[in-house]
Design a protein around this ligand. Structure first.
Ligand code: FE2
Length: 396
């Protein structure tokens, strides 16, 4: 049985509103299948434009097995390329942020402009046509200061998300941010268990006592707080939950007296992103399937991104952004900025790893989701199964 027919069998066994068949979490075949069917075909948020502040700024990242490079050129244009030299395929730039006026392959010094065009290739014949050897582009979209990429040549529809994201995130001026801190957490769990955990707060009251200080962990996020709704309406800040097949957006009230998602609910950066409503604009949450959730409060932005690296290994990248004029040590302290989500992610890592170990049991049977407390997990699992089935149907 090849991987596609194996996946089709697994997907056909999915019971509605239940967790997935065991093999989709634990079988090594699920890893390659998920990368091809899901990660290679979905819009992913690569980061914020502020991470590429000047001409030549670049960000190299790995999507599953695939290296991608994002570059800002002299005109301010931002482009994405496969991070693979057109000569013999070497990685051009190591993962992470960097800056240089040209992209030079470390192997044989083939040299590219910031627009991906090949500028120099030594010892090639006189009739060698450099124009035929540009870097291969990756579809990229920029909205409200955020960068989205998709490895597919025919990406899913984007504009309905883009228009809503502009309306919800635009007022926070993400272009005025800077990346203040990052973290990489390695989790010994299948990426879908990591994401299922990230899509519900059923476990939060017991699992995350610190998060519960500021985050309304007991309630559905669409619970209406009249005062908050009226304040947001007065300011013209959209708040109602909106969603499409692969995304969700909502602005919601934090717990009483809290204006940030932090250990004590107070701002972790004294240089606000907005002065609207005294800096208390609740939290703008956005979620993108398959890999991300993020929260923007009046003082900082937190982004959680999940990348599968093996059948039972997942990288969780965390990023914290503050206003670009905020000064470390004066306006914010990195340990305080990171403390809540580091604690929360560590708690979730243990939950996801326990989940994976339990799913390996011969006693595992898919169990029912709570449609009240796990609505977004159900959505995630349904989206995953539908995307996977569509992939099987178009490649079988
Ligand atoms: Fe959690």
């Amino acid at each position: 049985m090849n991987d596609l027919s194996w996946a089709a069998t697994q997907l056909a066994a999915r019971k509605p509103d239940h967790s997935l068949p065991q093999g989709l979490y634990t079988d090594p075949r699920a890893f390659d299948f998920d990368l091809d069917a899901i990660y290679a075909r979905s819009w992913l948020m690569a980061g914020l434009e502020c991470e590429l502040p000047t001409a030549g700024s670049r960000l190299a990242l790995t999507i599953g097995k695939w290296p991608v490079l994002i570059v800002r050129d002299k005109t301010g244009e931002i482009r994405a390329f496969h991070n693979s030299c057109s000569h013999r395929g070497s990685i051009l730039c190591e993962a992470g942020h960097g800056s240089a006026p040209r992209l030079i392959c470390p192997y044989h010094r083939w040299t590219y402009g910031l627009d991906g065009s090949l500028l120099a290739a030594g010892r090639m014949p006189a009739d060698f046509n450099k124009g035929e050897h540009s870097l291969r582009p990756v579809p990229l979209r920029r909205v409200a200061g955020a960068i989205f990429i998709c490895l597919a040549d025919d990406p899913p529809e984007f504009d309905s998300f883009g228009q809503q994201f502009e309306a919800y995130a635009g007022p926070l001026n993400f272009a005025n941010l800077k990346l203040a801190a990052t973290d990489l957490m390695v989790e010994e769990a299948n990426w879908k268990l990591v994401m299922e955990n990230a899509r519900e707060c059923y476990h939060c009251p017991t699992g995350h006592p610190e998060l519960g200080q500021s985050f309304p962990v007991q309630s559905a996020q669409d619970t209406v707080d009249r005062d908050f709704v009226e304040a947001m309406d007065r300011l013209g800040l959209p708040h109602a939950g909106v969603e499409g097949s692969w995304w969700q957006l909502a602005r919601f009230a934090l717990n009483a007296g809290c204006s940030s998602i932090s250990m004590d609910g107070q701002p972790v950066c004294s240089r606000p992103l907005t002065t609207l409503n005294g800096g208390n604009v609740g939290s703008l949450r956005w979620a993108i399937d398959p890999h991300l959730f993020a929260h923007a409060t009046g003082d900082h932005v937190f982004v959680f991104s999940c990348m599968p690296v093996g059948p039972r290994e997942t990288h969780v990248f965390s990023r914290w952004y503050v206003h670009k004029d905020a000064e470390e040590g004066r306006d914010y302290q990195i340990p305080a900025l990171k403390e809540l989500w580091l604690k929360t992610n560590l708690q979730d890592k243990e939950l996801a790893e326990n989940n994976h170990r339990g799913v390996l049991s011969p006693g595992y049977r898919p169990g029912p989701y709570s449609l009240e407390a796990e609505r977004l997990v159900t959505r995630f699992a349904d989206w995953y199964c539908q995307s996977a089935k569509d992939y099987v149907a178009s490649h079988g």
